[in-house]
Design a protein around this ligand. Structure first.
Ligand code: SAH
Length: 251
């Protein structure tokens, strides 16, 4: 039986709050026959995919996860069967999301793919927390960096400290002691720092301190992944009382 080739939507679902999903993502989910969803994504987004079969494909660092190659093969197989596949990732699919690898795999297989951008956690989480990451006169820019590289090597923290940009660190919690020590040694010990866990969700937790104290503050508060570490003078502007309320789940 021959069927027409399907297509794939590579969708960013935003930082956590299901109301921070774009209208384009909602429309794409409405077309989906099957949804492959990452474990960072709130299942509430599935209400937009009423026709779809749901396949969870967790890929959380350090935990049991579905290998990337397997996910790529699965997407190709489903699309070749004529299915409309929605591949849903947290944040933006191309920011530390391995979306690029999936796009290459689909291109190699000759399958049509549309990318639906999402609000990356590094922008959306600080914003909802009241931190303007590039506030004029305080930060000349923002640097997104991961502490977790495949080769095990960390970034050059001293060089990053010299940029004068706000630092937004993804996947940093396993290395927070070493990161804070390296940035302190580079002269940033007194710089304001925040750790925001599960930002924009109903489970959000956070601490604000200085770089020299942030690792101990996060440990004392029991914070873990997924969390962002935000470093820079702009952290002083965080005003928790003015935060937008995330969507409450219906009981
Ligand atoms: N593609 C995603 C990032 C995936 S990497 C994006 O664009 O946001 C996963 C890392 O993102 C986590 O380890 C954490 O550092 C960060 N992250 C994702 N969602 C988060 C959230 N709601 N709150 C805090 N950090 C988050």
């Amino acid at each position: 039986m021959r069927r027409e080739a399907g297509k794939v939507y590579l969708i960013g679902a935003g930082p956590g709050d299901p109301e921070l999903v774009t209208l384009k993502a909602v429309r794409a989910l409405g077309h989906a026959d099957v949804v492959l969803i990452d474990d960072l994504v709130d299942r509430a987004v599935l209400v937009h995919a009423p026709r779809a079969r749901v396949v969870p494909v967790g890929k959380r660092g350090g935990c049991k996860s579905t290998p990337q190659r397997f996910i790529e093969k699965l997407i190709v197989r489903l699309a070749r069967r004529g299915q409309v596949v929605a591949r849903v990732k947290g944040g933006d699919p191309f920011v530390f999301g391995r979306g690029g690898e999936e796009v290459l795999a689909l291109a190699a297989a000759g399958i049509e793919c549309s990318v639906v951008p999402g609000i990356t956690a590094g922008v959306g989480v600080p914003a909802a927390f009241g931190i303007p990451v590039t506030h004029r006169d305080i930060a000349r820019g923002v640097t997104f960096v991961t502490a977790h590289a495949r080769d095990g090597a960390g970034p050059d923290w001293a060089a990053l400290a010299r940029t004068g940009t706000t630092l937004v660190i993804y996947m940093g919690m396993q290395h927070i002691n070493a990161i804070a020590a390296a940035l302190s040694a580079a002269g940033l010990a007194a710089m304001p720092a925040a750790v925001i866990e599960r930002g924009t969700t109903v489970d959000e937790r956070s601490v604000v301190d200085c770089v020299g104290g942030i690792a101990e503050a996060a440990r004392a508060a029991g914070l873990g992944s997924p969390a962002l570490i935000v470093i820079g003078e702009v952290v002083r502007m965080a005003r928790s009382s003015e935060r937008a309320q995330p969507l409450r789940r219906q009981a």
